[in-house]
Design a protein around this ligand. Structure first.
Ligand code: AMP
Ligand code: FE
Ligand code: FE
Ligand code: ZN
Length: 280
């Protein structure tokens, strides 16, 4: 089976609707696809419908924004109960904070370039989790930059003068919340240095002690050395190893199925989850 466990839709910073993401997965020859929008499960129902219609297996997921001493960490959660309050409270707080933070970034940008909050709002679907990619899209629409890549390399860089942080739970706490919600937590792109600072192995060890189930080793933002390092870490900490595309539609070059997860790993994720079931 071909399984891709990390994708985004217009519910966060992808460019296709949840149904379109599932259809694109079907066209790409995938058998199993997860939808893992940032801090939201709002796309699950639509993705599940499309999956049933097309005969694709659908894994409900989410990518939780976390922060560890100012370092951004992304935690994938699979098959948790979306109505679990403990997890929902933290995720909602992060989403709210993202909104205020995006307004603040635009305020700072507007001093130097042609962009307004209204420009950004045009790029965000109703109720979506807002992120820098939407600000990038507004800058593209204004002709300030060519694409999201150029925006992130300059104006939106986390190392630049317009960067503003947002509230995000500590990853160790988030791991505990996912487990309590019946979900299976997997750390997303643990060593993706290009996007900013990454946490030390000690933080990953603490997450493992708290119940982390796996590491997303096979991801385009990891080079060969990083993959080898993470494989050794996964072996030492007895963690599952996943691979995924981190598809964002037209928002990134990542293609569906460019990295995949083994059948036995998916089976283990399914076996451990108690929050909700795989569809199909
Ligand atoms: P934020 O969550 O608002 O801090 O923005 C980070 C998000 O932007 C991540 O989820 C990535 O998907 C996306 N991103 C980061 N770097 C790039 C890039 N170079 N091109 C397109 N999207 C990016
Ligand atoms: Fe994203
Ligand atoms: Fe991520
Ligand atoms: Zn992602």
């Amino acid at each position: 089976m071909r399984t891709d466990l990390h994708t985004h839709s217009t519910v966060s910073d992808g460019t296709q609707s949840p149904a379109q993401v599932v259809a694109a997965a079907h066209e790409a020859g995938l058998d199993v696809v997860a939808l893992t929008d940032h801090d939201s499960t709002a796309g699950w129902a639509q993705a599940a419908d499309a999956a049933r219609r097309l005969g694709v297996r659908f894994v409900p997921g989410m990518e939780i924004s976390c922060g560890s001493d100012g370092v951004s960490v992304h935690l994938l959660s699979y098959l948790h109960d979306p109505s679990d309050d403990g997890l929902a409270v933290e995720v909602d707080a992060a989403r709210d904070s993202r909104h205020h933070r995006a307004e603040r970034i635009v305020e700072l940008l507007a001093r130097d370039v042609e962009v307004s909050w209204a420009d950004v709002e045009e790029q965000v679907a109703e109720g979506a989790t807002i992120g820098r990619p939407h600000i990038a899209d507004a800058l593209v629409a204004r002709g300030v930059v060519r694409d999201r890549e150029e925006a992130f390399a300059g104006l939106l860089s986390s190392r630049g003068p317009y960067y503003v942080r947002h509230y995000a739970p500590d990853p160790v706490h988030a791991v505990q919340l996912v487990v309590a919600a019946g979900g299976v937590p997997v750390m997303a792109h643990p060593m993706a240095r290009r996007r900013g600072r990454v946490v030390a192995d000690e933080v990953i060890e603490e997450m493992a002690d708290a119940g982390l189930a796996g590491l997303e080793v096979y991801h385009r933002d990891h080079d060969r050395d990083e993959r080898e390092h993470l494989l050794a870490l996964a072996r030492r900490l007895d963690l599952l190893v996943t691979g995924s595309s981190d598809y964002h539609g037209a928002g990134k070059p990542n293609r569906l199925g460019e990295n995949t997860t083994d059948d036995d790993v998916l089976a283990e994720i399914e076996r451990r989850a108690t929050g909700t079931a795989v569809v199909g």
